[in-house]
Design a protein around this ligand. Structure first.
Ligand code: KG4
Ligand code: ZN
Length: 337
């Protein structure tokens, strides 16, 4: 029989467990935490408590759905960081305990590396197109915005990074200004579909090289609405769709401008997106348009592998397993990796 990996992801507010055999995903379960919606953002203490309540049932179900017994697992992969320390501690401790009890290797995974490696997850009875190297990936999530050059499965170079907020934060913080629930990205995406993207203009940053900045956009959005609301207290309600469409278009343009530049600088046309914001339909459409124009070979992840999930931790763990990269029981989680 092949290599079977159990993976645990608990870096933020999703508790996830997955089982993967020889690169093929057998199960991928995610328990989200709705409790944070009322607070307009993730409350770390509540997140770690929910992880503690969820981790055993989620893992149990992931094994059952995969049809795999605990004694068939060859190694346990877990997210070591980056993320919320209390949340990471729950997943790390659980993975350590499982590995110790079963006397199997423990594999630490970098959450960001895993988001990019999601493109290599294989699914049974599917065509399974995977990128070849070198591969350029735009990683856009709630905590990170990076352009990553992948030279091999485990060799990555960061070409560009945000100097302040992440793209997902721009969606969420602007959503908060409009009194939307957290996380606002998916709702802005839905409302934008019925809006005019040229209705309003917001500041675009001038950042050198391949780096990004989103804090100026948030401020520009805030001041714009503050002025409009003085004239008309119902301005947001009346212009919701246009505000979302214009905001989304600004974020997508900022991202695409740097991705195009990265492709031109490196000569790489094997291109993909990853992370929570890669679910955004405006970004997906822009990528397809740009890809057709520039002859890119595009990789857009399945929706279930965009936001946080253990399947991506499992595939990263699998490649580390093949290289014999194991972790000791003395490992500690890292909020910043
Ligand atoms: O990767 P992820 O699940 O967690 C982090 O590691 O940060 O990303 C979550 C982020 C949130 O900011 C959320 O608003 C955003 O992804 N997001 C979206 C969409 N779906 C999720 N942003 C824009 N459009 C979407 N459809
Ligand atoms: Zn993530």
């Amino acid at each position: 029989m092949g290599v079977t990996i159990l993976a645990i992801e608990s870096s933020c507010d999703d508790t996830s467990a997955a089982v993967l055999r020889d690169g093929f995903i057998l199960s991928n379960l995610i328990a989200g935490q709705e409790i944070h919606m009322a607070y307009g953002g993730v409350v770390p203490e509540l997140a770690s408590r929910a992880h503690q309540a969820n981790i055993v049932p989620v893992t149990d179900l992931a094994l059952k759905r995969a049809g795999v017994a605990a004694n068939e697992i060859d190694a346990v992969a877990f997210t070591r960081g980056p993320g919320l320390l209390g949340s990471l501690l729950v997943g790390t401790s659980f993975a350590k305990g499982f590995a110790l009890a079963r006397r199997i290797p423990l594999i630490e995974v970098n959450h960001l590396q895993a988001h990019v490696l999601a493109h290599f997850i294989l699914e049974r009875e599917k065509e399974n197109r995977v990128p070849s190297f070198p591969f350029l990936c735009l990683l856009v999530s709630g905590g990170h915005t990076r352009i990553i050059l992948m030279k091999s499965h485990l060799e990555m170079q960061v070409l560009g990074n945000t100097i302040d907020d992440a793209a997902g934060e721009a969606f969420d913080k602007c959503g908060k200004i409009m009194d939307f629930p957290y996380p606002s990205g998916p709702l802005i995406d839905r409302l934008a579909a019925a809006g005019n993207k040229n209705a309003f203009r917001f500041a675009k940053p001038h950042v050198k090289g391949l780096d990004f900045s989103f804090s100026g956009l948030k401020t520009s959005f805030l001041y714009f609405l503050r002025d409009r609301l003085k004239e008309d207290p119902d301005f947001i309600e009346k212009n919701k769709a246009d505000l979302c469409a214009s905001l989304q278009d600004t974020i997508v343009t900022i991202l695409m401008t740097k991705l195009v530049k990265a492709s031109q600088l490196t000569g790489i046309r094997e291109i993909g997106i990853a992370g929570g914001v890669s679910a955004n339909s405006g970004l997906r459409n822009a990528l397809v348009r740009e890809g057709e124009k520039r002859g890119w070979n595009l990789f857009i992840p399945h929706f279930s592998y965009t936001t946080d999930n253990a399947a991506m931790i499992a595939i990263a763990g699998y490649y580390k397993y093949l290289r014999g990269e194991f972790t000791g029981q003395d490992v500690v989680p890292l909020a910043r990796f």
